[in-house]
Design a protein around this ligand. Structure first.
Ligand code: ATP
Length: 474
């Protein structure tokens, strides 16, 4: 029997159907055929699996019963072919994929020049290839950013970049250097803005874990009910809202690297027990998981709180305290490192001068004021104050008028000669300083100054006379 006709097409309809069925079954794309009324006359296995249906259930029904927003019933009418267009399945439709948008082609089917139906191809394969390429590109990009981040991080946070000449500070810097040579847990304590995170970064980047991740978690910023999943991750379906495929926690993400637990004093008591287990057993279990995952991380914890006091008050586990406190680094507040105040001020100013191509300096009065301030916000506060002054300065010298009045005032109180020990003298000094400050702030306009101070102008004049403050009255 001759299998082919004169156009070299299969001659035998039965054979033709078997070949056609085989091709449709082998295809990784979805195929659907409708007659000219939009009734499904064929659909392949791949498409059925995707639509969670069977060929038997689909054949004979209108295409819109299977795919409510299908356009296939329009093709026999328009006769127009659509190539690589986007079809969006409605989110309510029970499809076997996370994605709703797919590439598809639709074509009318003709016999003797008459449209008898239409065929659609949904391009799962193309999507997979595109997706794979996209993922590969994203992966390359991610690798690039990781390298960049590492390069920037390691240079910015090198030990040499930790500023401080103060004797106490130099000795803690040496402890940090030693800590970077081993894997013991480190507990960093110090007031806010003293540089705990700077130390944590520097220890990591000076250690042989430097090419591995440094993962920071702020225990105070994450609601306690989320902290466990943040730290340990979860398996798919372990709770409502859990992502498909589950999620890695910070410990897994930081594996082989360092995990920086900032504000450890805010870690809820029940989580402290779980953290202790990680430190002891060196393994974690994801929420909803049944297998243990070995973890190799270096822990650096930090707090501004007195952890030992918290232990005594029953707010922090004693066993965890000992585990974390193997290497203890107490960063002194800036007010106790007088030598470093001007060093930092000059460093911040140099950075700004370089950035804005200026040559601004600090007057000796302003320097004295900075030295007398108590710096509750430490280095962060000093940085902000220098930036604020830099923004205000008109000529090239930062003086008292560019510093916040509260710090000028506090510095004066701190500076008052306490040897005078006569209360009245101290009050007089204080009063004089306040008035001088407000006058300077109001450009020596007495009316404005009195208004600002909330006193009558005549009261201000009297006080100025009493305090020997002489200016040209405006
Ligand atoms: N020794 C230092 N050398 C250079 N910059 C520092 C130093 N210490 C702190 N800084 C800078 O001071 C700011 C505050 O530092 P950091 O965030 O490390 O403080 P912290 O103690 O972790 O504060 P918090 O407890 O509020 O989180 C940052 O901008 C940091 O770059």
């Amino acid at each position: 029997m001759n299998l082919f006709n004169k156009n070299n097409r299969i001659n035998n309809p039965e054979l033709y159907i078997s070949v056609y069925d085989e091709i449709l079954d082998m295809s990784e794309d979805g195929f659907l055929v409708v007659d000219k009324n939009g009734i499904i006359i064929d659909i392949n296995k791949t498409y059925c699996t995707f639509l969670r249906t069977t060929r038997e259930k689909s054949i004979g029904i209108h295409v819109k019963e299977l795919i409510p927003n299908s356009k296939m019933d329009e093709i026999p009418n328009t006769g127009l072919k659509e190539t690589n267009v986007v079809h969006t399945f409605s989110e309510n439709q029970n499809i076997n994929a996370d994605k709703f948008v797919w590439v598809t082609s639709r074509s009318p089917v003709k016999k003797d020049n008459e449209i008898i139906g239409a065929v659609a191809q949904i391009k799962f394969k193309l999507q997979t290839i595109n997706l794979a390429q996209k993922i590969k590109n994203q992966d390359n990009e991610l690798q690039y950013y990781k390298n960049e981040l590492h390069r920037l991080g390691s240079s910015k946070y090198s030990m040499q970049n930790i500023i401080g000449k103060d004797e106490k500070f130099v000795s803690i810097k040496n402890i940090a250097k030693k800590a970077s040579k081993n894997d013991f847990p480190v507990l960093l304590t110090g007031e806010t803005g003293t540089g705990k995170e700077v130390f944590s970064n520097s220890i990591h980047y000076a250690s042989n874990r430097k090419n591995q991740p440094l993962i920071r978690i702020n225990c105070a910023a994450i609601p306690s009910e989320l902290l466990e999943s943040e730290l340990f991750g979860y398996e798919e379906g372990s709770f409502t809202g859990a992502k498909k495929g589950g999620r890695k926690g910070k410990f897994e993400l930081g594996n082989k690297g360092t995990v920086f637990l900032d504000e450890i004093g805010d870690m809820p008591f029940n989580m402290q027990a779980k953290l202790l287990r990680v430190l002891q057993e060196k393994e974690i279990e994801r929420i909803g998981g049944y297998k243990t995952i070995p973890i190799d991380v270096r822990i650096i914890a930090a707090t501004h709180q007195d952890l030992w006091k918290m232990v005594k008050e029953g707010k922090f586990r004693e066993d965890l305290f000992y585990r974390l406190n193997v290497i203890n680094i107490q960063i002194p507040p800036l007010r106790d490192r007088k030598d470093d105040i001007l060093l930092f001020a000059q460093k911040f100013l140099n950075d700004l001068n370089r950035k804005y191509k200026k040559n601004i300096t600090i007057s000796s009065e302003a320097k004295e004021c900075l030295l007398n301030h108590r710096w509750p916000g430490n280095i962060r506060e000093l940085n902000n104050i220098i930036e604020g002054a830099f923004a205000l300065v008109e000529n090239d010298v930062i003086d008292l008028s560019h510093l916040p009045s509260n710090i000028v005032m506090h510095s004066r109180i701190n500076k008052i000669d306490t040897k005078k020990n006569k209360f009245a003298d101290l009050i007089t000094d204080y009063e004089r300083n306040i008035i001088l400050d407000y006058l300077r702030k109001n450009k020596y306009n007495c009316c404005k100054c009195a208004k600002d101070l909330g006193i009558h102008r005549s009261t201000l004049y009297k006080k100025m006379e009493k305090l020997n403050i002489e200016i040209e009255r405006k």
